[in-house]
Design a protein around this ligand. Sequence first.
Ligand code: 48H
Length: 271
Amino acid sequence: MEIDERIISQAIIERYFEKLRNSLDVDVAIVGGGPAGLVAAHDLARAGRSVALYERKLGPGGGMWGGGMLFNEIVLQDAALPLLDDFGIRHRPFSDGHHTADSVEAVAALACKAIHAGATIFNGITAEDVLMRPNRVMGVVLNWTPVEMTGMHVDPLAVHASCVIDATGHDATVVNLVRKKVPGQLLTPSGNLEGEQSMWADRAETLTLENTREAFPGLYVTGMSAIATFGGPRMGPIFGGMLMSGRKVAEMILQTLTSREKVRCQENGAT
Ligand code: 48H
């Protein structure tokens, strides 16, 4: 049987459109495919939720590939080891509560397990805006990253989501978009972004988890974006906080979606 270029093209077009069509209205849209976003995508999909993750770059993984200063090893604390084991990421003890893992293995495992759990990852797509109705985030507005990069005047497409996660790292891009539309109305102490401070790894890791929460109705923050939004120091190349934050945001959203559905069932039962 001769390989046919037309079938190759048709296969790619149809399979990709299937993914796009199935992601027009999802339980959770995740913006950013760094470690926090990938763990959240995996956990939500594993729990049976529909999940679309949009990553601006060609490859997911965010800041994890490069370890520390391009030395491709990452450091993790004791508390993160069960999560690494869950993803099949191998780790080695270094000293007293500090462990190492190969950063390339870690990214590859996170992305692979997220997709196998049922999440759809769209790479090369940038979330350039959000949908709001009017005081709740209820979707994301998307465009091809090359369109954004070249400054072409091309209108975006939009998808609906019950919850949106900002997993965009240091820039907290989605939270910033919302802040510009409704200044002073974020669920932070100041109503605006509290901002990232100088490095203090131990405190930063604790705060990353504490700051993982809803930043505006319908919009949650995880990973470095949680630090940028609710404030706290940076931590350098220790990644346990990022991974555990992804797990925490998934747990919070699962609880929210389940209780919303219960209320809806009760309302329907009552009528
Ligand atoms: C689509 C977007 C958009 C957009 C950005 O930076 P990340 O790795 O984020 P986290 O929070 O999972 O991990 C942070 C970690 O990598 C890190 O930087 C640490 C620990 N720093 C400590 C320190 O001291 O510096 O990934 C975010 C991803 C990236 O891949 C972006 O390309 C992507 O989000 N992204 N994708 N639409 N609008 N904005």
